[in-house]
Structures are given as structure tokens and as C-alpha cells.
Design a binder for this molecule. Structure first.
Ligand code: ADP
Ligand code: MG
Length: 253
């Protein structure tokens, strides 16, 4: 997509869990080339919004369009196939497989209606292609030196990067990251931020759910703030930081 083109249109999306309105008519847009942050206190509805966008949860109301096409009601796999890829709040990996194997397997499971046993029956050419793609994405994010380590031996920072490499294997235009900086040390956060800046420079758009205010402020073009399931405010990092409502809701000051 051309820089600045409308990529994702979230239009008054709503999710009701029984009597709880977890997401209440939330709207925002993402343009090609942007990094947008979605922040808010715990329980604000950020992950649920993510799940609505990526097709993990069905919409109670509203609409989501990606590259001009409605994607509400499509499966998460179909949405991924159209160029939207996500990570989850908790790292999912097979600890006693290598980083490369984890990324290749993740790429495989995302890209088709595959199962692990089907992957084991792949022909050599297919397998080579998957591993080449995994290696290319690991190199893209600077993890070539750790490719052959066991995933379980990685620190949390590199594990998060491995998840991102996995999400990149389907060649997305939009990457959705759910709290990628949570629990990371300062140095690991800096390394992650550098990778995300580099991905943006290569034309990727990113929606980032994050709790860490400082991390989001330094990285995003625009921030959407949620509270109690609704959108409180949207603006540049500077506007959001200066907003008294945000300080009250988010920082408790
Ligand atoms: P956040 O990611 O901002 O911390 P969530 O989107 O996870 O918030 O949760 C928003 C609200 O919806 C919370 O009150 C949470 O308990 C509730 N919730 C989330 N998922 C479910 C679910 N599957 N069933 C019932 N309630 C849920
Ligand atoms: Mg969450």
C-alpha cells in the first residue's frame, strides 16, 4: 500500500461478554507506514479490540475493513492471508526446538490450514522454502546469530523478537503486537524499539498495544487511549501526554 493510504478502518466496534461491554463503539484508523499505539489501564479493552480486529473474536456490532475490504466475520487465518499478522500477549513456542524451527513452524501454521503432522509430510522443496523464509525474517530483525539456539534458552527479549519474526513470515502489511515490551529490561526494550523502527522504515505499519507509556511515546506516530471499553482520546504522543484526562485515567495523577 502507498504511504498514507488507509489501511485499517475500525468503525464503532463493540464486544459484549454477557453483561459486560468490554469494547464499546471504538473507532480509529491506521494509514500505511504508521506506528499506532493502543494504550489504557488494565481491563480497558485493548486485547479484546485486538482480537476483534484480527478475527480471533467475532464482533457484537460495528465493522472492520482492511485494505478497503470488510474483514468482520472472516477467520483469523483468512485475515492473516490478506496481510494482517499478530502476536499474542504471552509467547507461544516449543522450548526444545531451535529458534529457526519455531519460526518456520509458526510461519507454516499461519500460512495455510496446516497441522503439525501435515508439516512433517511436506516435500523437501516446501520445507526448504519455509526454512528460507524463516531465516530471512530472523535476519531482517537481527537474530541470525541465535537462529540455531533452543528457543527455551532465550531471554524474554529475544523470545519476543522470535514471535515477531514468526508473524513476519506471512509477509504482512500490518503487524499487530500485544504488549511486546511487557517484562523486558531497559536494554531489551531499546533493541525491540530499534527493530520496530526498522520495520516501519521498510514500509510496514504497526498497531502496538502497550502498557509501558515511555516505550509508546518514543515510538508511535499516533496514540489511541482506551478506558472502560471506550476511546478516551486519540492524538500524537505529545497531545496524549499533555491530556489531563489521560493523566487521570492512566497515570492516576
Ligand atoms: P486489556 O487488554 O485492556 O487489559 P481486555 O480486553 O483483556 O483488557 O479485557 C477487557 C474486559 O473484558 C475486562 O473486564 C476483561 O475481564 C473482560 N474480558 C476479556 N475477555 C473476556 C472473555 N473472553 N470473557 C469475558 N470477559 C472477558
Ligand atoms: Mg491485554
Amino acid at each position: 500500500p502507498a504511504p498514507g493510504a488507509l489501511l485499517l478502518d475500525v468503525d464503532k466496534v463493540r464486544k459484549q461478554f454477557g453483561g459486560l461491554l468490554a469494547v464499546n463503539d471504538v473507532s480509529f484508523q491506521i494509514r500505511a507506514g504508521e506506528i499506532v499505539g493502543l494504550i489504557g489501564p488494565n481491563g480497558a479493552g485493548k486485547s479484546t479490540t485486538f482480537n476483534l480486529i484480527s478475527g480471533v473474536l467475532g464482533l457484537s456490532r460495528g465493522a472492520v475493513s482492511f485494505r478497503g475490504q470488510p474483514v468482520g466475520g472472516l477467520s483469523s487465518r483468512e485475515i492473516a492471508r490478506r496481510g494482517m499478522s499478530r502476536t499474542f500477549q504471552h509467547v507461544k513456542m516449543i522450548a526444545d526446538m531451535t529458534v529457526l524451527e519455531n519460526v518456520a513452524l509458526g510461519g507454516y501454521l499461519r500460512s495455510r490450514s496446516g497441522t503439525l503432522s501435515a508439516m512433517l509430510r511436506l516435500d523437501r522443496d516446501e520445507e526448504k522454502r519455509l526454512f528460507a523464509e524463516a531465516e530471512a525474517q530472523l535476519t531482517r530483525i537481527g537474530m541470525q546469530a541465535q537462529m540455531h539456539e533452543l528457543a527455551g534458552n532465550l531471554a524474554l527479549g529475544p523470545q519476543r523478537l522470535m514471535e515477531i519474526a514468526r508473524a513476519l513470515c506471512t509477509d504482512p502489511a500490518l503487524l499487530l503486537l500485544d504488549e511486546p515490551a511487557a517484562g523486558l529490561r531497559h536494554k531489551e526494550k531499546q533493541a525491540l524499539a530499534e527493530v520496530l523502527r526498522q520495520l516501519k522504515a521498510s514500509g510496514l505499519s504497526i498497531l502496538l498495544v502497550e502498557h509501558d507509556m515511555e516505550f509508546v511515546m518514543g515510538l508511535t506516530d499516533r496514540i489511541v487511549v482506551m478506558e472502560f471499553g471506550t476511546k478516551l482520546i486519540e492524538g500524537t504522543p505529545e497531545q496524549v501526554q499533555a491530556s489531563p484526562e489521560v493523566r487521570a485515567a492512566y497515570l492516576g495523577t
